[in-house]
Write a new protein. Structure first.
Length: 441
């Protein structure tokens, strides 16, 4: 048998054994764009930073979703061999979800201004305990455990500050009142603030989105010495401290800018294989259906990602044309471009053993779904493909089926977390549920 044919046969057998799409062809160029009707588990896309659409190639549409009740029996679609089952219901705007080292699941129930703990023995179809950990918070979002391996604190990012609660493994209720760690974060505009912890535990990171779409009200030039103190491309005025990832010590000291120009870095995580910080970012609106791509990327210290003057590398924002020519050539290009207006939120890497081996090291990203696009996109969970810990630039549909029609959706994915048993938990805030994805050979 010729060598290439032998490799093909082996690939088909492996795909069949693991219930995976056989040699999925990557959609590129114009084929990488579409809408909810072309989504399906296994569909793979790659968007090239050098071939993005022209500004205003299409009108800029306002097309928000109509969220409807989930019909009886409706469930997300997953690849062959996987199952998606309801794990928790009746939640008020469930957003960030994190798995504690002991396996308990912490949930930012943002709509109720509280953090909840759900406990389920490995393999349990539903949580056996469901308890409010902390109440009276201000739009809680990010959750982090510190130190990472054996935490003594649970950190929570509210929309205007970061607090922490004393914690001992297995606590279902906070041991005392919140201790303020970072007293002030910019308020208004994009309200989500996610958290991540460096592998050595010495540094925490918090994301702060912009106050506006493209900062057109900001003065043309920064104050003298501003960027030297706050980082290349750092915004000022009413955008000061925004469109950034900030870093701080566990006790809140040494708060400083880590990276700039990230319009709305919603989801933060650390890649276990490399220790790299990653974020999932919502790009700007108003330039047309297919511009600019959203993205997920490694966030490098001192890097500038373009907002508001540039997007996806050295593509100049037409509404701010000529404002900052000095920044051209200094804009970091994101790693994985995602179809525009998909609204990526949570991101998590998979290092467990339940899923087939080829999933190990890849990342999952929840796409909350479009409003600034004529034909609806997003409303799914995608898988970012890695090779040796390095992103290939491709992403693949993993969990789809939340869209009911051109106007109606019954689910809006927000975050993903790997449970203690290796299953994948997915929050969605349309109907206030958590879904559990499992794999059985």
């Amino acid at each position: 048998m010729p060598y290439r044919l032998l490799i093909l046969c082996r690939s088909l057998l492996l795909a069949s054994a693991f219930g995976l799409p056989a040699l999925a062809q990557t959609r590129t160029g114009e084929d990488a764009y579409g809408d909810w009707r072309t989504d399906a588990p296994g569909v793979r896309r790659r968007i090239d930073a050098g071939a993005v659409a022209a500004p205003y190639a299409t009108p800029s549409d306002s097309n928000g979703p109509r969220v409807v009740a989930r019909q009886a029996g409706a469930a997300p679609r997953v690849p062959a061999g996987f199952s998606a089952d309801l794990w928790a219901v009746g939640l008020r705007t469930p957003r960030v979800i994190r798995t504690a080292p002991n396996g308990d699941v912490f949930l930012a129930e943002t709509g109720a201004d509280q953090v909840r703990v759900l406990r389920a023995p490995d393999g349990a179809a539903r949580p056996t305990e469901n308890v409010v950990f902390a109440r009276a918070l201000n739009e809680p979002f990010g959750i982090a455990f510190w130190p990472p391996a054996d935490p003594r604190f649970v950190y929570v990012a509210e929309t205007n500050r970061v607090v922490r609660f004393a914690y001992t493994r297995g606590d279902l209720v906070a041991r005392g009142p919140a201790e303020i760690v970072v007293a002030h974060l910019p308020e208004g505009g994009h309200s989500t603030r996610d958290l991540a912890v460096s592998p050595d535990g010495r540094t925490l990171f918090v994301s702060v989105g912009s106050a506006s779409n493209v900062a057109t009200s900001m003065a043309e030039r920064p104050p003298s010495g501003w960027e030297a103190a706050h980082g290349l491309g750092a915004a000022w005025g009413d955008e000061a401290g925004r469109a950034t990832v900030l870093r701080f010590d566990p006790d809140g000291r040494n708060l400083a800018v880590f990276a700039t120009g990230l319009r709305n870095c919603v989801g933060l995580t650390v890649q276990p294989a490399t220790g790299a910080l990653w974020c999932a970012t919502n790009e700007r609106d108003g330039l047309g259906d297919n511009l600019p791509p959203d993205y997920a990327t490694r966030v490098r210290q001192g890097a500038f990602y373009g907002w508001p003057w540039y997007y996806i590398g050295d593509h100049e924002e037409p509404r701010l044309r000529g404002r900052r020519p000095d920044l051209a050539g200094h804009v970091a290009t994101p790693d994985v471009l995602i179809q525009p207006h998909s609204a990526p939120l949570g991101i998590s890497f998979y290092e467990a053993a339940m899923f087939p081996p080829e999933y190990r090291g890849d990342a999952f990203v929840a796409l909350h779904g479009s409003w600034n696009r004529a034909r609806r996109t997003g409303y799914k969970v995608v898988r970012l493909r890695m090779q040796g810990g390095v992103p290939t630039g491709e992403y693949e549909d993993f969990l789809t089926g939340f869209v009911e029609s051109d106007s109606a959706v019954w689910g809006r994915p927000v975050d993903v977390a790997v449970a203690h048993d290796g299953s994948l938990l997915v929050t969605e805030d349309g109907n206030g549920t958590i879904w559990r994805v499992t794999y059985r050979k």
